[in-house]
Design a protein around this ligand. Sequence first.
Ligand SMILES: *Cc1c(COP(=O)(O)O)cnc(C)c1O
Length: 366
Amino acid sequence: MAQPPRLFLPGPTAVSAEVLEAQTRRLIGHRGSEISELLESVQARLRVVFQSLHRIYVSTSSATGLFEAAARSCIRERALCCVNGAFSQRWAEVVEANGKAHAILEVEWGEPILADHVDEALDQAAASGAPFDAVTVVHNETSTGVTSPVGDIAEAVRAHGKKAGEPILLLVDTVSSLGGIDVPVDRWGLDVCLTGGQKCLAIPPGLAFAAVSDRALERAARIPDRGWYFDLLVYEKYLERWQTPATPAVTLLYALDVQLDRILDEGLEARFARHHAMADHVREWALDRFDVLAPEGYRSDSVTAVLNTRKIDVGMLNRHLAGTADWVISNGYAKLRDKTFRIGHMGDHTVEECEELTGAIDRFLE
Ligand SMILES: *Cc1c(COP(=O)(O)O)cnc(C)c1O
């Protein structure tokens, strides 16, 4: 099988030939014992990758589907939606579209969400008599290359929940971090930690995952109108018998099966270190020739948003890269288009590949 094209996008990322090939295994039905064995075996390894003892639901959808699941199943009265880029904004839109009351805590795109910001917003809401019962936050804003300190935010949220006498659920998007950047779900105490397969986990697009706490399920049981397809309680009912509510993307489960072994063979620590080393190289390169959007201390290990200080034509750069070695990087997202361009260094890429890529961009700059 030919080498997979090297997608240096911040998702979908390149998938190894071995994982792509796994999808050609013979198909099985989704109510038999074979699928249950597969789901049970996948579950055990997902828990290692999520660093969590919670159940991990597997959804045949993109990650955005689980924005909806979290919003509908976990927000009772009112949510605080933290926004610092395009994906966190999308989550707020999903909350709105599902008819859930919310307020937005927005910081400038390119900045992190800090625990102090959240602390202050929760204080004000409690004082005004309209408290929040859930908080949404994106761990790694792929649109800006910014990683927010979710561990600190979780502490602040937990402290407020204790004061209020009812937990404030922390719903976290780790779509472009889980599997590449350390996300200790249980140590941080996350209630919903959702991710997609096509980013740091490096399987083909189409599966999403969520680690869900007992508290979140207890909350869901008291919320009417959760829908069905993305109802966490429906997921739970089927997971208990090692099934999914509806037909899963069986071929993607095969890919996941192989890739989870590859991830655990590498080891989580080694995987995080490799992502950090790739990011280090790309950041240094970018700081030398351009600038980096994210402030120091909050720069993502899985995607770098390079400030386009030289005003290069990103379309032309991508045509050059495609001609060089079938590589592609990403333009800036939404309002950051052309002002930034993004290099995804996530999944199974190596430092050497990143060096080759930045070398090819250097030749374009000359
Ligand atoms: C890619 C991405 C999403 C959206 O994921 P889909 O699988 O396209 O629905 C959401 N949040 C973040 C941080 C992402 O990087």
